[in-house]
Every structure is written in structure tokens, then in C-alpha cells.
Design a protein around this ligand. Structure first.
Ligand code: F6P
Length: 469
């Protein structure tokens, strides 16, 4: 515990805490962790310098601190039982569906809750032990919502920020959570809480008012001993890294090789997602099948590549979703493919970054059709990778990215006919319109890359830290 005076903002050390470290331990050694969170945060920490506290993805891994890409990594051990209860259970079978429009039934289990509390406490203790005096501690995502309050009780000198990468649900859904008061109290330990969209911020404020009866004015919540500022900070990507990779010779060669391997179709449609039921992969496959059936798409001219990255495989809802996706892929290929020319190319794999960028470049039409998504960085990566200025993005209105990427073909994916129509619009779009829209998308993404996102959040955090009574 330290009560030393804080150094001025800008020179203050940064400590990040997220459930996962940016690399995870696998049988073959260290590999990049899945998900957009890691891809967004790593370049930010590389640029600002700092420490990252999180889990290695392995059981009971009490590895010593180590360094990757100039970022100091500080592992927090999580046992096999805790992975089952805290990660697969409370975080991904309780909070995840609840925070995504209750698309699946949540499990509310007090043993899981206890494990969530215990792991959050371990993160808070680790942060309290390692954060330098006056540090800015930035905690990420729904797995760690109790950490802010737990840390505040141990360290009054640090400034505490939290960013929620996924949606925050409306009052009528959040009310279902048996530990709703505790979660709000945990988050209110922050000086600043950031959300992806204005709706998330508004939902959080109404839940805080309802359950903890706090006073709020102009997105500032009054607590007994400090203020919590609430803000909106849509996350983004490392645009320069994507553009550089996309422009590389190896990528260009790989892109043309991919198109050749696909049989040089007229239009390559593409989907890239973690295999999650929130992503609307099944909807997309069904819309594609309906268009093949009606003859609006032709299996000799139009192919779909669907990359589905394995994720949370021990959780039953994910197993069900995988079965359904693979059944659909099999059914579509069985009906419309010909020898050597499948109409759906399905990869249940984690692809390396370079391969992903080559694939984005090979995709004429990108289908991003989640039922609900905090942001969706794939939509931004696809647009940034299209340095040729061509390509069409079909984007669900229910992805956070839809607020900014208004030149995409926006669609309500719950409306199957509208989704089919959006795909046809994208496939048939005139070159001039494609280029105009892509230029606007790329301008938008360049204006707000991940470094800008981090800078804005950290500046607001530094300012918020100084405003408490
Ligand atoms: O963005 C949501 C999120 O759950 C992140 O917290 C996480 O890094 C990513 O998706 C991947 O999920 P998981 O860590 O459960 O594999």
C-alpha cells in the first residue's frame, strides 16, 4: 500500500488488467490470445509502456513475470476448478448471454459467483502489490467487474479506469442478475468507466440509479468518497499495422493464391468470427443458402469462406452452436457444391494475423452479422486491409461498429429477407459505389485508430482521477 503523491498525468505508469494475457500457453509454446481485446490493447501498451496483469490460459500457472514486445506481463494463476466456475461458468455462461440480449439462457449459480469473487480478489491483490505509486490502473471487461472496488479499498493513490468491451444490458435484463448490486458496486470503485456505445453508458447509469440509489448528473456519479465518470470510447484497431501487412508482397501473393485455390470465383463472400452464438453465423449461412436456392447467387460464381475461431469449447451453448453451424455447412455443401469446388469453405481454426489479412484482401464482400456485438473489430480490420479501395462491408446494426461505419451496407440481421437483400446489394454493387463507400469507411477508421482510443481514455482517466471530493 502506498500513499505517495501522484506524478503528473502523462508521466504516470500504466497497469492493465484483463482476464487473458496477450499470449497464452499452448502445448506448442506461447501463442497469441484470441479476440479483439488483445489485438487492440497490445499495440497501445507497446506504445505507452506498462505492465499487463492476466491469466496465461493454463491451469494453476504461477509463471514468473516475463516480457513480450516490450510489455511486462504479470501472470495471475487460475485453477482448473476456477476456470470451470469463474471463466466458463459465471463469466461465459452467466454474464455473457445476459449482456448480449439474453440470446441464450444464463446460468446463475452461487458456487460460480463465489469463484468469480475469489478470482477478482486475486487480480485486485496482484494489482495492489505491483502498481507503482500514483499509477493509472486500467481494468478490462466483464470478467473483472469487481476489481475496481476491491482495488480502491487497498490503494487510494491509484486512479482506476474500467472499459467494458461488450454491451451493458438494459435495466430490465440486468435486473435478472442475482448479484446485480454487487456488480454495480464493484464498477463504481472506478474513477472512469468507458463503454463502446452511448446505450451502454445510459444502461449502466439507469442500473446504478435503480439498484444503488446514487445521484448522477451529466454522466458523473456521486459515491461517498469519490466520483465515477461515465464515458463512451468506441474501440478501434492498429490501422497502420493492418495497412502495412496488407500492402506487403507476401500478402499480395497469398491473396491471389487464395483466390486461385477457391476456383477464381467472381465474388468471394467472407465471414470471420469467433464461433460464438452472438455472431449470427447461422443466419448468414441460411441467407446464403436461400440465395443459392432462389438462383440469385450461383455456386459457380459465388463462394463463401467462413472462418470460425474455436472459443469457449467447454461451454454447452458453444458446443450446440458449433454443431448447428457444421450441420448447416454440410447441408449447403451437399446440395450446391460440385467435385473439387465446395461453395462454402469452412475453417474451424485460429488463423495467424498475416493469413487473416490476406483473406480479408481476397474477400469481395465481408459479412459481419452479429445479433449483438460490443464493437466488432473484424469489420474495421476488413476495411483497413482494403488498401485497393474496393470491397463491400455488410454490417449488422447491432454491432457497435455500426455507429461509425455508416457507409457499410447496414442491415437488421433478425430480418432474413433484409439480410438476403443486403447480400444481393453488396454482390451487385457498382464499382463506383463500392469505391466511394470503401473510401468513406477507410477515412473513418483512420480518424479513430486504437492509439487514439487509448489516448482519449487515458486522458479522461487522468482528468477523472483529480475530481473526487
Ligand atoms: O471482447 C470480449 C472477449 O470476451 C474478451 O474479453 C476476450 O479477450 C475475447 O472476447 C475472447 O474471449 P475468451 O478470452 O473467452 O477466449
Amino acid at each position: 500500500m502506498s500513499d505517495a503523491p501522484s506524478p503528473p498525468a502523462g508521466e504516470r505508469p500504466i497497469v492493465v488488467a484483463a482476464n487473458r494475457l496477450p499470449v497464452m500457453r499452448t502445448e506448442e509454446g506461447w501463442a497469441p490470445s484470441p479476440g479483439g481485446l488483445v489485438r487492440a490493447l497490445l499495440p497501445m501498451l507497446r506504445a505507452t509502456g506498462g505492465t499487463w496483469v492476466g491469466w496465461t490460459g493454463d491451469f494453476d500457472d504461477a509463471a514468473e513475470p516475463f516480457t513480450v514486445d516490450d510489455v511486462d506481463l504479470h501472470p495471475v494463476p487460475i485453477s482448473a476448478k476456477e476456470v470451470e466456475l469463474y471463466y466458463e461458468g459465471f463469466s461465459n455462461d452467466g454474464l455473457w448471454p445476459l449482456y448480449h440480449d439474453a440470446l441464450r439462457e444464463s446460468t446463475y449459480d452461487s458456487e460460480q459467483w463465489d469463484a468469480y469473487v475469489a478470482v477478482n480478489e486475486r487480480f485486485a491483490i496482484t494489482l495492489a502489490n505491483i502498481a507503482p505509486p500514483g499509477a493509472m490502473v486500467w481494468i478490462h471487461d466483464y470478467q473483472l467487474q469487481l476489481v475496481p472496488q476491491m482495488l480502491r479499498k487497498q490503494r487510494t493513490d491509484v486512479t482506476i479506469g474500467f472499459f467494458l468491451h461488450i454491451p451493458f444490458p438494459p435495466l430490465e435484463l440486468f435486473s435478472r442478475l442475482p448479484w446485480r448490486d454487487e456488480v454495480i458496486e464493484g464498477l463504481l470503485g472506478c474513477d472512469l468507466i468507458g463503454f463502446q456505445r452511448p446505450m451502454g453508458a445510459a444502461n449502466f447509469i439507469s442500473c446504478s440509479r435503480q439498484f444503488l440509489d446514487v445521484d448522477e448528473f451529466d454522466r458523473v456519479i456521486e459515491n461517498v468518497d469519490h466520483r465515477t465518470h461515465v464515458g463512451v470510447f468506441p474501440i478501434s484497431i492498429d490501422v497502420a499495422e493492418v495497412e502495412e501487412t496488407a500492402a506487403g508482397r507476401a500478402t499480395r501473393q497469398r491473396t491471389s493464391q487464395i483466390r486461385t485455390r477457391l476456383g477464381d470465383p467472381e465474388v468471394v463472400l467472407l465471414g470471420v468470427d469467433r464461433l460464438d452464438y452472438t455472431k449470427g453465423i447461422g443466419l448468414r449461412l441460411r441467407a446464403f443458402a436461400a440465395l443459392l436456392e432462389s438462383g440469385e447467387l450461383d455456386p459457380r460464381r459465388h463462394v463463401l469462406v467462413q472462418v470460425a475461431t474455436p472459443t469457449r469449447e467447454a461451454v454447452e451453448h458453444y458446443q450446440d452452436e458449433r454443431r448447428e453451424i457444421e450441420r448447416l455447412v454440410g447441408a449447403i455443401n451437399g446440395r450446391y457444391s460440385s467435385i473439387g469446388l465446395p461453395v462454402v469453405h469452412y475453417l474451424y481454426q485460429t488463423l495467424p494475423f498475416d493469413e487473416l489479412i490476406a483473406l480479408y484482401r481476397a474477400g469481395d464482400v465481408m459479412l459481419v452479422t452479429p445479433f449483438r456485438d460490443g464493437m466488432n473489430l473484424v469489420a474495421k480490420e476488413y476495411s483497413a486491409a482494403h488498401i485497393d479501395g474496393d470491397g463491400v462491408l455488410v454490417l449488422s446494426e447491432f454491432a457497435g461498429a455500426a455507429d461509425e461505419l455508416t457507409d457499410a451496407v447496414l442491415v437488421n440481421p433478425h430480418d432474413d429477407l433484409a439480410l438476403q437483400q443486403a447480400i444481393v446489394t453488396a454482390v451487385e454493387m457498382h464499382r463506383h459505389e463500392r469505391r466511394t463507400r470503401m473510401a468513406a469507411l477507410r477515412d473513418q477508421i483512420r480518424k479513430s485508430d486504437v492509439q487514439g482510443w487509448a489516448d482519449r481514455f487515458l486522458a479522461a482517466l487522468a482528468a477523472a482521477g483529480g475530481t473526487s471530493p
